[in-house]
Design a protein around this ligand. Structure first.
Ligand code: NAD
Length: 510
């Protein structure tokens, strides 16, 4: 048996052993799909997809709504599994995984017909011409997902992909394969036809085989490093892709921030999911006029957070999900301290607990020479920087290669909007953090190295379809004026027409 991580053991039988990162107990084993297995699944999906695409939106929606009912009936068991495989408190499994998925299922089941309705229009210059744009499925799409929200991230994309009429192949993270299989089980129980959704468990090689297989589009959520590899492979084949990548999200706290809400928001933004959210608060900029009091209360409240996984008591912070995360968090904190940062609370692994538990940590005196300010930490670490004013906060927030989410905290919404407009991020939320990822109507996307393409909302749904444009004559004529034969008169007439249409306007010319 070869051990590449204490959590993932690839046995001689090519299987993944899934471990609970809070207890280190084995919770199950799944097979690793080879590239032959992946190609077989693609063929099966290809054969099944036309019949699925031929269904109406209402018919497809029935399966999604049935899966939603089953999810709501089985939510305790599903939350328990998520909690076990990720190491997160069951409350978080409920609020950030099950509830958002129920919301996405309802929304896309009910709205996709309208959001993907054909568009028809007459052309403004060519008045005798009409067009229709329809939105058709790609065919077979691949979804590769990470471990931090192993249920909500892939299931949301599966729902959009299915509603758009695609067959979907899902490759869940090797750290959370059992949750991935649970997604397939839900849809199977809802009666989804065979081959339309297949879950391909495995590691990075299985993911790479999926990107290389004869699929029509790939939807990837994960690290910048893997995203880059996927973009390279997809580019070689000219296959479209969506990349939802990492973040280093900034929280800007203005002098007039609603104090208590901002403190609570900082804590939840930095420490929920043990800081392992792509949109976790990873850099906090607070203006100097309120900094001292703000930092004191943040530290006081951080000390009150309860760490551990206890089904009955529901503690606040779970474990990190794998050994690699524990290593990165430890390295970032140690590097910051070596370069002059002060740890106001936390800063250590919790040795008394069996799993990958790390104390919620608040750092000050941090600067951009430190890894904790440059790279994604993805752990329960909140570095705080004191700035002179809003302008300095915006400048600092923008000094990052990432641009996923950011937040601005002020009682003055207009001031918040003005700051938000200047911050380089896909989404900027005023007086809140992270939560729009759980809302079906809001788009989720990154700028800079945080990604390419959109998920959720009508824009995300449209990533799962390709446009088809059909154009025709209302009043057919023998010829078009710009067709042959050419003449000097034709050149002059068109020169005049260009000015009439685009400079003077018809009225002025007449
Ligand atoms: P990762 O890149 O290591 O792995 C993600 C997935 O890619 C896994 O399923 C993995 O098996 C697969 N994979 C690995 N190598 C591959 C390859 N060569 N080809 C194809 N697939 C391959 O990321 P992770 O550690 O699972 O997830 C954490 C990262 O995900 C963080 O950077 C986080 O910010 C990001 N993330 C982003 C969003 C977002 O919406 N922007 C959401 C959640 C997580």
């Amino acid at each position: 048996m070869e051990a590449t991580d204490t959590q993932i053991l690839r046995t001689a039988r090519r299987e993944i052993v899934s471990i609970n990162p809070a207890t280190m107990a084995e919770i199950g084993r799944v097979p690793i799909f080879s590239s032959d297995d992946v190609n077989h699944a693609v063929n099966k999906a290809r054969a099944a997809q036309p019949a699925w695409a031929a269904l109406t939106f209402a018919e497809r929606a029935r399966y999604i709504l049935k899966a939603k009912d089953l999810l709501l009936d089985r939510q305790d068991g599903i939350c328990e599994l998520i909690s076990q495989e990720v190491g997160k408190p069951a409350v978080e499994a409920m609020t950030s995984e099950v509830l958002p998925v129920a919301n996405l299922m309802d929304y896309f089941a009910r709205k996709s017909a309208k959001l993907l309705r054909d568009e028809r229009f007459t052309l403004s210059v060519f008045r005798n011409k009409k067009s229709r744009i329809s939105f058709n499925p790609f065919g077979v799409v691949g979804i590769i997902s990470p471990w931090n929200y192993p249920f909500s991230i892939p299931t949301g994309e599966v729902v959009m992909g299915l509603m758009a009429g695609n067959a979907v192949l899902l490759k869940p993270s090797e750290f959370t394969p059992l949750v991935g299989l649970k997604i397939g089980e839900l849809f199977r129980a809802a009666g989804l036809p065979d081959g339309i959704l297949q879950v391909l468990t495995g590691d990075g090689a299985t993911g790479a085989a999926l990107v290389d297989a004869a699929i029509n589009k790939i939807f990837f959520t994960g690290s910048v490093r893997t995203g880059r590899k996927i973009a390279e492979t997809a580019a070689r084949r000219l296959m479209p892709f969506v990349l939802e990548l990492g973040g280093k999200d900034a929280m800007i706290v203005c002098a007039d921030a609603p104090f208590e809400r901002t403190v609570n928001g900082a804590l939840w933004g930095a420490f929920s999911n043990c800081g392992q959210a792509c949109a976790s608060v990873e850099r906090l900029y607070v203006v100097e006029s309120i900094a001292e009091k703000f930092i004191n209360v943040v530290v006081e409240k951080t000390k009150m957070l309860r760490v551990g996984i206890d089904g009955k008591e529901q503690k606040d912070i779970g474990s990190l999900t794998n050994a690699n995360q524990l290593r990165i968090v430890t390295e970032h904190v140690n590097d910051a301290v070596a370069k002059g940062a002060r740890v106001l609370t936390g800063g250590r692994r919790i040795e008394s607990l069996p799993g990958y538990f790390y104390e919620p940590t608040v750092l000050v005196d941090v600067n951009d020479s430190m890894r904790v300010m440059q790279e994604e930490t993805f752990g329960p670490v909140l570095p705080i920087v004191v700035v002179k004013d809003d302008a300095e906060a915006i400048g600092e927030a923008n000094r990052s290669k990432f641009g996923l989410l950011a937040s601005v905290w002020t009682k003055d919404t207009n001031r918040g909007k003005q700051i938000a407009a200047q911050v380089q991020a896909g989404t900027v939320i005023i007086n809140d953090v992270i939560y729009t990822h759980g809302a079906a109507e809001t788009p989720w996307f990154g700028v800079k190295e945080s990604g390419f393409g959109v998920t959720h909302s009508k824009h995300g749904l449209r990533e799962f379809v390709q446009m088809k444009h059909i154009n025709w004559d209302v009043l057919p004529m023998k010829t078009n004026p710009w067709w042959y034969p050419y003449s000097e008169k034709k050149r002059r007439d068109f020169k005049l027409l260009a000015k009439v249409l685009h400079k003077w306007g018809l009225k002025k010319w007449i």
